[in-house]
Design a protein around this ligand. Structure first.
Ligand SMILES: [Zn+2]
Ligand SMILES: [Zn+2]
Length: 423
Protein backbone atom coordinates (compact mmCIF):
# COMPACT_ATOMS: atom_id res chain seq x y z
CA UNK A 1 0.00 0.00 0.00
CA UNK A 2 1.23 3.43 -0.82
CA UNK A 3 0.03 6.68 0.60
CA UNK A 4 0.10 9.79 -1.61
CA UNK A 5 0.42 13.24 -0.07
CA UNK A 6 -2.37 15.39 -1.54
CA UNK A 7 -3.40 19.03 -1.43
CA UNK A 8 -7.02 18.96 -2.56
CA UNK A 9 -8.08 22.62 -2.62
CA UNK A 10 -6.13 25.17 -4.68
CA UNK A 11 -6.64 28.23 -6.89
CA UNK A 12 -4.74 29.96 -9.70
CA UNK A 13 -5.01 33.19 -11.68
CA UNK A 14 -7.92 31.58 -13.52
CA UNK A 15 -10.08 32.48 -10.52
CA UNK A 16 -8.99 34.58 -7.53
CA UNK A 17 -5.61 32.91 -6.96
CA UNK A 18 -2.39 34.87 -7.36
CA UNK A 19 -0.31 32.10 -8.89
CA UNK A 20 0.00 30.23 -12.17
CA UNK A 21 -0.49 26.45 -12.26
CA UNK A 22 3.29 26.12 -12.67
CA UNK A 23 3.97 28.26 -9.59
CA UNK A 24 1.39 26.30 -7.61
CA UNK A 25 2.92 22.97 -8.69
CA UNK A 26 6.45 24.13 -7.84
CA UNK A 27 5.30 25.26 -4.39
CA UNK A 28 3.44 22.01 -3.77
CA UNK A 29 6.41 19.88 -4.83
CA UNK A 30 8.62 21.92 -2.52
CA UNK A 31 6.28 21.13 0.36
CA UNK A 32 6.46 17.40 -0.31
CA UNK A 33 3.12 16.90 -2.04
CA UNK A 34 2.72 14.15 -4.64
CA UNK A 35 -0.68 15.34 -5.82
CA UNK A 36 -2.69 18.55 -6.08
CA UNK A 37 -6.28 19.07 -7.14
CA UNK A 38 -6.89 22.32 -9.00
CA UNK A 39 -10.23 23.67 -7.79
CA UNK A 40 -10.61 27.15 -9.26
CA UNK A 41 -13.93 28.91 -8.70
CA UNK A 42 -16.44 27.93 -11.38
CA UNK A 43 -13.87 27.29 -14.10
CA UNK A 44 -11.60 24.53 -15.34
CA UNK A 45 -9.64 26.76 -17.69
CA UNK A 46 -6.55 26.74 -15.47
CA UNK A 47 -5.55 23.24 -16.55
CA UNK A 48 -3.79 24.40 -19.73
CA UNK A 49 -0.29 22.92 -19.83
CA UNK A 50 -1.17 20.37 -17.12
CA UNK A 51 0.90 17.49 -18.50
CA UNK A 52 4.12 19.46 -18.99
CA UNK A 53 3.78 20.94 -15.51
CA UNK A 54 3.18 17.48 -14.02
CA UNK A 55 6.32 16.18 -15.66
CA UNK A 56 8.42 19.18 -14.73
CA UNK A 57 7.54 18.94 -11.04
CA UNK A 58 6.99 15.18 -10.65
CA UNK A 59 3.46 15.83 -9.47
CA UNK A 60 -0.02 14.63 -10.38
CA UNK A 61 -2.68 17.29 -10.97
CA UNK A 62 -6.31 16.25 -10.54
CA UNK A 63 -8.80 18.40 -12.46
CA UNK A 64 -11.47 19.93 -10.29
CA UNK A 65 -13.63 22.96 -9.70
CA UNK A 66 -15.04 24.73 -6.68
CA UNK A 67 -18.71 25.44 -7.18
CA UNK A 68 -18.89 28.93 -5.79
CA UNK A 69 -22.41 30.09 -5.08
CA UNK A 70 -24.32 32.29 -2.66
CA UNK A 71 -25.42 29.24 -0.65
CA UNK A 72 -22.13 27.46 -0.22
CA UNK A 73 -18.92 26.28 -1.82
CA UNK A 74 -18.62 22.72 -3.06
CA UNK A 75 -15.32 21.21 -4.13
CA UNK A 76 -15.60 18.80 -7.03
CA UNK A 77 -12.68 16.77 -8.38
CA UNK A 78 -12.08 14.18 -11.05
CA UNK A 79 -14.57 15.60 -13.54
CA UNK A 80 -14.18 14.77 -17.19
CA UNK A 81 -15.71 18.09 -18.21
CA UNK A 82 -17.19 21.31 -16.86
CA UNK A 83 -20.28 20.79 -14.70
CA UNK A 84 -22.75 23.63 -14.78
CA UNK A 85 -23.00 25.05 -11.29
CA UNK A 86 -25.33 27.93 -12.15
CA UNK A 87 -28.57 25.96 -11.76
CA UNK A 88 -28.02 25.12 -8.11
CA UNK A 89 -30.76 26.51 -5.90
CA UNK A 90 -30.98 26.33 -2.12
CA UNK A 91 -33.01 23.12 -2.22
CA UNK A 92 -31.61 21.22 -5.18
CA UNK A 93 -27.89 20.81 -4.59
CA UNK A 94 -28.57 17.06 -4.75
CA UNK A 95 -29.13 17.44 -8.49
CA UNK A 96 -25.80 19.22 -8.77
CA UNK A 97 -24.03 16.42 -6.92
CA UNK A 98 -25.70 13.88 -9.21
CA UNK A 99 -24.39 15.81 -12.22
CA UNK A 100 -20.84 15.75 -10.78
CA UNK A 101 -21.15 11.97 -10.34
CA UNK A 102 -22.47 11.59 -13.88
CA UNK A 103 -19.32 13.31 -15.13
CA UNK A 104 -17.12 10.87 -13.19
CA UNK A 105 -16.28 13.25 -10.38
CA UNK A 106 -16.83 13.38 -6.65
CA UNK A 107 -18.14 16.22 -4.52
CA UNK A 108 -17.30 17.56 -1.08
CA UNK A 109 -18.48 20.35 1.17
CA UNK A 110 -15.78 23.06 1.22
CA UNK A 111 -15.11 24.88 4.52
CA UNK A 112 -18.83 24.52 5.47
CA UNK A 113 -18.68 26.73 8.57
CA UNK A 114 -16.42 29.53 7.37
CA UNK A 115 -18.01 32.90 8.01
CA UNK A 116 -20.09 33.93 5.01
CA UNK A 117 -21.24 37.30 3.73
CA UNK A 118 -19.97 39.97 3.89
CA UNK A 119 -16.57 38.48 4.85
CA UNK A 120 -16.71 35.73 2.26
CA UNK A 121 -19.83 35.54 0.14
CA UNK A 122 -21.32 32.06 0.06
CA UNK A 123 -18.52 30.54 2.13
CA UNK A 124 -20.96 29.27 4.77
CA UNK A 125 -22.83 26.12 3.70
CA UNK A 126 -26.61 26.74 3.56
CA UNK A 127 -27.71 24.18 0.98
CA UNK A 128 -30.20 21.66 2.23
CA UNK A 129 -28.95 18.17 1.43
CA UNK A 130 -31.70 15.59 0.91
CA UNK A 131 -29.45 12.58 0.63
CA UNK A 132 -26.20 12.61 2.58
CA UNK A 133 -25.28 9.28 0.97
CA UNK A 134 -24.51 11.29 -2.16
CA UNK A 135 -21.93 13.47 -0.42
CA UNK A 136 -18.50 11.98 -1.05
CA UNK A 137 -16.49 14.01 1.43
CA UNK A 138 -16.44 16.92 3.84
CA UNK A 139 -13.47 19.26 3.98
CA UNK A 140 -13.25 19.24 7.75
CA UNK A 141 -9.93 21.08 7.90
CA UNK A 142 -9.54 24.28 5.89
CA UNK A 143 -6.55 26.61 5.73
CA UNK A 144 -3.19 26.42 7.52
CA UNK A 145 -2.95 25.14 11.12
CA UNK A 146 -6.56 24.07 10.63
CA UNK A 147 -7.08 22.12 13.84
CA UNK A 148 -7.14 25.22 16.04
CA UNK A 149 -9.89 26.97 14.10
CA UNK A 150 -13.40 26.99 15.50
CA UNK A 151 -15.09 26.71 12.10
CA UNK A 152 -13.06 23.57 11.37
CA UNK A 153 -14.05 22.05 14.70
CA UNK A 154 -17.67 22.54 13.71
CA UNK A 155 -17.00 20.87 10.35
CA UNK A 156 -15.29 17.98 12.12
CA UNK A 157 -18.30 17.62 14.43
CA UNK A 158 -20.65 17.64 11.43
CA UNK A 159 -18.66 14.76 9.93
CA UNK A 160 -18.82 12.84 13.23
CA UNK A 161 -22.58 13.43 13.46
CA UNK A 162 -23.10 12.06 9.96
CA UNK A 163 -20.98 8.98 10.75
CA UNK A 164 -23.10 8.46 13.87
CA UNK A 165 -26.21 8.64 11.71
CA UNK A 166 -24.80 5.81 9.62
CA UNK A 167 -23.55 7.70 6.57
CA UNK A 168 -20.20 6.71 5.12
CA UNK A 169 -18.54 9.99 4.20
CA UNK A 170 -14.84 10.71 3.79
CA UNK A 171 -13.08 13.64 5.47
CA UNK A 172 -10.27 15.72 4.00
CA UNK A 173 -8.19 18.82 4.52
CA UNK A 174 -7.77 21.59 1.97
CA UNK A 175 -5.55 24.62 2.30
CA UNK A 176 -7.70 26.69 -0.05
CA UNK A 177 -4.35 27.74 -1.41
CA UNK A 178 -4.40 31.02 -3.32
CA UNK A 179 -0.83 32.28 -3.47
CA UNK A 180 2.81 31.43 -2.91
CA UNK A 181 3.37 33.18 0.35
CA UNK A 182 5.72 31.98 3.07
CA UNK A 183 3.92 30.74 6.16
CA UNK A 184 5.30 29.20 9.31
CA UNK A 185 1.92 27.74 10.20
CA UNK A 186 1.56 23.94 10.07
CA UNK A 187 0.45 22.65 6.66
CA UNK A 188 -2.16 19.92 6.54
CA UNK A 189 -1.92 16.95 4.19
CA UNK A 190 -4.60 14.50 3.05
CA UNK A 191 -2.98 11.13 2.35
CA UNK A 192 -4.81 8.83 -0.06
CA UNK A 193 -4.04 5.12 -0.22
CA UNK A 194 -3.35 3.42 -3.53
CA UNK A 195 -2.63 -0.29 -3.94
CA UNK A 196 1.04 -0.78 -4.58
CA UNK A 197 0.73 -3.22 -7.43
CA UNK A 198 -1.25 -0.69 -9.40
CA UNK A 199 0.52 2.46 -8.26
CA UNK A 200 3.21 2.38 -10.92
CA UNK A 201 0.93 3.10 -13.87
CA UNK A 202 2.17 6.64 -13.84
CA UNK A 203 5.14 8.26 -12.22
CA UNK A 204 4.21 10.67 -9.51
CA UNK A 205 7.25 11.96 -7.70
CA UNK A 206 9.62 10.18 -5.37
CA UNK A 207 8.21 10.88 -1.94
CA UNK A 208 5.27 8.52 -1.88
CA UNK A 209 5.04 6.83 1.44
CA UNK A 210 5.04 3.11 1.90
CA UNK A 211 2.94 2.25 4.91
CA UNK A 212 5.43 -0.43 5.88
CA UNK A 213 2.82 -3.14 5.74
CA UNK A 214 3.80 -6.46 4.27
CA UNK A 215 0.31 -7.81 4.06
CA UNK A 216 -2.03 -7.36 1.17
CA UNK A 217 -5.10 -5.34 1.98
CA UNK A 218 -8.25 -7.40 2.35
CA UNK A 219 -10.19 -4.94 0.24
CA UNK A 220 -13.48 -6.54 1.12
CA UNK A 221 -16.62 -4.67 1.92
CA UNK A 222 -15.90 -1.45 0.11
CA UNK A 223 -18.38 1.20 1.10
CA UNK A 224 -18.15 2.72 -2.34
CA UNK A 225 -20.74 0.32 -3.66
CA UNK A 226 -23.33 2.37 -1.85
CA UNK A 227 -22.41 5.57 -3.61
CA UNK A 228 -23.80 6.63 -6.91
CA UNK A 229 -21.00 6.91 -9.37
CA UNK A 230 -19.65 6.49 -12.83
CA UNK A 231 -20.09 2.98 -14.16
CA UNK A 232 -16.68 2.73 -15.80
CA UNK A 233 -14.75 3.37 -12.62
CA UNK A 234 -17.14 1.08 -10.78
CA UNK A 235 -16.23 -1.77 -13.09
CA UNK A 236 -12.55 -1.08 -12.62
CA UNK A 237 -12.96 -1.01 -8.87
CA UNK A 238 -14.59 -4.41 -8.97
CA UNK A 239 -11.65 -5.77 -10.95
CA UNK A 240 -9.24 -4.44 -8.36
CA UNK A 241 -8.30 -1.68 -10.77
CA UNK A 242 -6.45 -2.67 -13.86
CA UNK A 243 -3.05 -1.12 -14.37
CA UNK A 244 -4.46 0.80 -17.31
CA UNK A 245 -6.50 3.01 -15.04
CA UNK A 246 -4.76 6.32 -14.54
CA UNK A 247 -3.31 7.32 -11.22
CA UNK A 248 -5.74 10.25 -11.20
CA UNK A 249 -8.70 7.87 -11.37
CA UNK A 250 -7.24 5.65 -8.68
CA UNK A 251 -6.78 8.63 -6.38
CA UNK A 252 -10.39 9.69 -6.95
CA UNK A 253 -11.48 6.13 -6.22
CA UNK A 254 -9.42 6.09 -3.02
CA UNK A 255 -11.16 9.22 -1.75
CA UNK A 256 -14.57 7.94 -2.89
CA UNK A 257 -13.95 4.86 -0.75
CA UNK A 258 -12.62 6.87 2.17
CA UNK A 259 -9.06 5.50 2.04
CA UNK A 260 -7.76 8.74 3.51
CA UNK A 261 -5.78 9.98 6.49
CA UNK A 262 -5.26 13.64 7.37
CA UNK A 263 -2.39 15.17 9.34
CA UNK A 264 -0.31 18.22 10.18
CA UNK A 265 2.49 15.90 11.32
CA UNK A 266 3.13 12.16 11.12
CA UNK A 267 1.04 9.86 8.93
CA UNK A 268 -1.41 7.84 11.05
CA UNK A 269 -2.86 4.68 9.54
CA UNK A 270 -4.75 1.71 10.96
CA UNK A 271 -5.79 -1.76 10.05
CA UNK A 272 -8.33 -3.82 11.84
CA UNK A 273 -8.28 -7.57 12.32
CA UNK A 274 -11.49 -9.45 13.01
CA UNK A 275 -12.70 -12.97 12.31
CA UNK A 276 -9.46 -13.87 10.56
CA UNK A 277 -9.80 -11.03 8.06
CA UNK A 278 -7.97 -7.76 7.76
CA UNK A 279 -9.79 -4.48 7.10
CA UNK A 280 -8.24 -1.24 5.97
CA UNK A 281 -9.43 2.34 6.28
CA UNK A 282 -12.62 2.88 4.28
CA UNK A 283 -13.67 -0.77 4.29
CA UNK A 284 -16.64 -2.39 6.01
CA UNK A 285 -16.52 -5.13 8.62
CA UNK A 286 -19.49 -7.41 7.86
CA UNK A 287 -22.11 -8.25 10.44
CA UNK A 288 -22.20 -11.72 11.95
CA UNK A 289 -24.55 -13.43 9.48
CA UNK A 290 -22.93 -11.94 6.42
CA UNK A 291 -19.44 -12.96 7.44
CA UNK A 292 -20.52 -16.55 7.84
CA UNK A 293 -22.31 -16.49 4.55
CA UNK A 294 -19.43 -14.98 2.61
CA UNK A 295 -16.31 -16.54 3.98
CA UNK A 296 -17.31 -19.26 6.38
CA UNK A 297 -15.67 -17.36 9.21
CA UNK A 298 -17.45 -16.58 12.43
CA UNK A 299 -19.19 -13.38 13.38
CA UNK A 300 -16.55 -10.85 12.41
CA UNK A 301 -18.17 -7.82 13.95
CA UNK A 302 -18.73 -9.61 17.24
CA UNK A 303 -15.26 -11.08 17.51
CA UNK A 304 -12.59 -9.53 19.62
CA UNK A 305 -11.13 -6.95 17.31
CA UNK A 306 -7.51 -5.96 17.25
CA UNK A 307 -6.33 -2.72 15.71
CA UNK A 308 -2.90 -2.20 14.19
CA UNK A 309 -1.89 1.43 14.27
CA UNK A 310 1.11 2.85 12.50
CA UNK A 311 2.62 6.27 13.07
CA UNK A 312 5.08 7.23 10.37
CA UNK A 313 7.30 10.14 11.36
CA UNK A 314 9.36 9.96 8.18
CA UNK A 315 6.74 11.46 5.86
CA UNK A 316 7.65 14.82 4.32
CA UNK A 317 10.85 14.67 6.35
CA UNK A 318 12.14 18.05 7.42
CA UNK A 319 8.98 19.87 6.38
CA UNK A 320 7.22 19.78 9.73
CA UNK A 321 8.20 19.43 13.36
CA UNK A 322 6.56 18.70 16.68
CA UNK A 323 7.95 19.26 20.16
CA UNK A 324 9.03 16.18 22.13
CA UNK A 325 6.11 15.06 24.23
CA UNK A 326 3.80 12.21 25.13
CA UNK A 327 1.07 12.09 22.51
CA UNK A 328 -2.38 10.60 22.97
CA UNK A 329 -3.57 8.09 20.41
CA UNK A 330 -7.33 7.70 20.58
CA UNK A 331 -9.75 5.26 19.02
CA UNK A 332 -13.05 7.02 18.51
CA UNK A 333 -16.38 5.59 17.38
CA UNK A 334 -20.11 6.22 17.67
CA UNK A 335 -19.75 4.63 21.12
CA UNK A 336 -17.42 7.46 22.16
CA UNK A 337 -13.74 7.31 23.00
CA UNK A 338 -12.99 3.61 23.07
CA UNK A 339 -9.29 3.70 23.83
CA UNK A 340 -6.73 6.30 24.78
CA UNK A 341 -3.08 5.34 24.59
CA UNK A 342 -0.04 7.30 25.71
CA UNK A 343 2.59 7.50 23.01
CA UNK A 344 5.92 8.84 24.19
CA UNK A 345 8.06 10.23 21.37
CA UNK A 346 10.89 9.67 20.81
CA UNK A 347 10.32 6.10 21.86
CA UNK A 348 12.90 3.64 23.02
CA UNK A 349 14.33 1.43 20.33
CA UNK A 350 13.06 -1.78 21.89
CA UNK A 351 9.57 -3.16 21.72
CA UNK A 352 7.63 -2.63 24.87
CA UNK A 353 4.30 -3.66 26.19
CA UNK A 354 2.01 -1.92 28.58
CA UNK A 355 -1.61 -1.80 29.57
CA UNK A 356 -3.56 1.30 28.69
CA UNK A 357 -5.76 3.13 31.13
CA UNK A 358 -8.90 1.75 29.50
CA UNK A 359 -7.92 -1.86 29.95
CA UNK A 360 -6.96 -2.22 26.31
CA UNK A 361 -3.70 -3.82 25.43
CA UNK A 362 -0.99 -1.86 23.71
CA UNK A 363 2.19 -3.14 22.15
CA UNK A 364 4.56 -0.66 20.61
CA UNK A 365 7.38 -1.36 18.28
CA UNK A 366 9.67 1.07 16.56
CA UNK A 367 11.34 0.59 13.26
CA UNK A 368 13.88 2.47 11.17
CA UNK A 369 15.41 4.44 14.03
CA UNK A 370 12.03 5.38 15.47
CA UNK A 371 10.77 6.85 12.23
CA UNK A 372 7.88 4.44 12.35
CA UNK A 373 6.01 3.33 15.39
CA UNK A 374 3.63 0.40 15.37
CA UNK A 375 0.99 -0.04 18.05
CA UNK A 376 -1.43 -2.84 18.58
CA UNK A 377 -4.58 -2.44 20.64
CA UNK A 378 -7.53 -4.65 21.46
CA UNK A 379 -10.96 -3.11 21.14
CA UNK A 380 -13.36 -3.74 23.97
CA UNK A 381 -16.59 -5.54 23.13
CA UNK A 382 -19.50 -3.18 22.58
CA UNK A 383 -21.87 -3.45 25.48
CA UNK A 384 -25.28 -5.07 25.04
CA UNK A 385 -27.67 -3.45 22.62
CA UNK A 386 -25.04 -1.06 21.31
CA UNK A 387 -23.66 -1.47 17.84
CA UNK A 388 -20.37 -0.10 16.68
CA UNK A 389 -20.96 1.68 13.36
CA UNK A 390 -17.57 3.16 12.63
CA UNK A 391 -14.12 3.58 14.11
CA UNK A 392 -11.33 6.08 13.49
CA UNK A 393 -7.95 6.81 15.06
CA UNK A 394 -6.83 10.25 16.18
CA UNK A 395 -3.48 11.61 17.34
CA UNK A 396 -3.58 14.43 19.88
CA UNK A 397 -0.72 16.51 21.25
CA UNK A 398 0.82 19.91 21.71
CA UNK A 399 1.70 22.04 18.74
CA UNK A 400 2.61 25.71 19.00
CA UNK A 401 1.60 25.64 22.63
CA UNK A 402 -1.94 24.42 21.89
CA UNK A 403 -3.32 20.95 22.61
CA UNK A 404 -4.85 19.89 19.31
CA UNK A 405 -5.83 17.03 17.05
CA UNK A 406 -2.66 16.46 15.03
CA UNK A 407 -3.85 13.64 12.78
CA UNK A 408 -6.92 11.51 12.16
CA UNK A 409 -7.79 8.60 9.94
CA UNK A 410 -10.96 8.20 7.94
CA UNK A 411 -13.30 5.55 9.30
CA UNK A 412 -13.50 1.78 9.11
CA UNK A 413 -17.19 0.88 9.06
CA UNK A 414 -19.20 -1.90 10.63
CA UNK A 415 -22.36 -3.50 9.37
CA UNK A 416 -24.82 -3.41 12.23
CA UNK A 417 -28.23 -4.79 13.01
CA UNK A 418 -31.02 -2.45 12.00
CA UNK A 419 -32.93 -1.27 14.99
CA UNK A 420 -30.02 -1.61 17.38
CA UNK A 421 -29.35 1.49 19.43
CA UNK A 422 -26.38 3.38 18.13
CA UNK A 423 -25.48 5.65 20.97
ZN1 LIG B 1 -14.43 28.41 -1.10
ZN1 LIG C 1 -11.43 27.77 -2.53
Amino acid sequence: MTWFACELHTHTLHSDGRQTLGELAAGAAGLGFDVIALTDHNTMSGLVGKEEIEQEHGLTIIPGMEWTTFYGHMVTIGLSEFADWRQAGLDDIDQGIAEVHRLGGIAGLAHPFRIGSPACTGCFWEYKIDDWNAVDYIEVWSGTFPSIQTNNRRAFDLWTDKLNEGYRIAATSGRDWHEQKETDEPISVTYLEIDEETADGKKAGGSRTDSGSKETPAGNGSCAAEKARDTESEKNAADGFAASVSLEDRLIQALREGRASVTIGPLLTMKLNAGGESYRIGSVVPAAGQAEEHSGTTAAANELISVDLLLDFSVRAGLWSLPEQTFKLKLQSNLGEELSLDVPVPVSAEAEESASDHGGHIKTETQNQAQQMRLEAKLPHPTDKLSRKWLRAELWGHMRGVYVRIAFTNAIYFEYEEGATSR
